[in-house]
Write a protein that binds this ligand. Sequence first.
Ligand SMILES: Nc1ncnc2c1ncn2[C@@H]1O[C@H](COP(=O)(O)OP(=O)(O)OP(=O)(O)O)[C@@H](O)[C@H]1O
Length: 290
Amino acid sequence: MITVSGLTKKYGDRNVVDDVSFTLEPGTVTGFLGPNGAGKTTTMRMMTGLVPATAGSTLVDGRPYVELPNPGAVVGTLLDASAVHPGRTGRTHLRLLASAVGVADSRVDEVLELVGLGDAGRRRIGGYSLGMRQRLGIAAAMLADPPVLVFDEPANGLDPEGIRWMRDLLRGHAARGGTVLLSSHLLNEVEHTVDRLLVIGSGRIVADGSVASLLDGDGTTVRATDPASLAADLSAAGFPVEPRPDGALLVTGADPSRVFAVAAAGGHVLTELRANERGLEDLFFQLTTV
Ligand SMILES: Nc1ncnc2c1ncn2[C@@H]1O[C@H](COP(=O)(O)OP(=O)(O)OP(=O)(O)O)[C@@H](O)[C@H]1O
């Protein structure tokens, strides 16, 4: 388990990360979401010792990350996929990293296959596309088969097929008991990948919960053959009703079964009845704008 407590980073007189705390559990994929500049990268860099924290700590199974004897074998990071030598082949790059973390050369070919760079591994990195560089960075993170993966914007440069591939890779890792933290500023990229969302805005955690709990709970949308009459009955039953220009009624504070009960009691004919889902974009906007 990873425990982040009170992580804070000050640049000049500004806290770009401000008292951030959360835990990451094995078997889960956590999405770290926030707009550009919200503090995701800085938090992940502090967690993995790349940037010193002004305050706070990161413990991996109770030990400070910086005190792990072979951190790469415990936490696989994707934090800057462009920090590679363009003249080297992908395979040579990975072989150098493998010897640094004490992994056999044979594992290099395994991870190249795993990320879909089996043949491309023999080509120079300078000729790789952005998506291929991301895949190489993911291969590097997975060299020592670490239980924890911390990936910063892993979907960068991946096409839709690549994003699906990454989703399967990360879900598979969690299904085998691994722990995953991935950041993104594009919500639809991670909506179907993560179990839990941590939302960060201006350096502070503004929401933390399951995708369902953050998206649910916005009432019911209902359509009826006589919307005005149904709206009157719903209001009389104490539910706030907002008529929409397209004829639908938005009923806040009531789930579909309660709306149905009012409609049935009044003999209304319904043509649509469904729970409202708050779009991730709406949630994001609401939480991160002050
Ligand atoms: N070395 C630094 N010196 C000064 N300010 C910095 C430094 N590194 C980051 N910042 C500032 O800290 C804030 C948070 O940056 P960070 O890169 O962590 O955000 P992010 O959420 O990862 O954004 P993005 O999605 O754009 O990568 C930004 O305002 C950034 O300008």
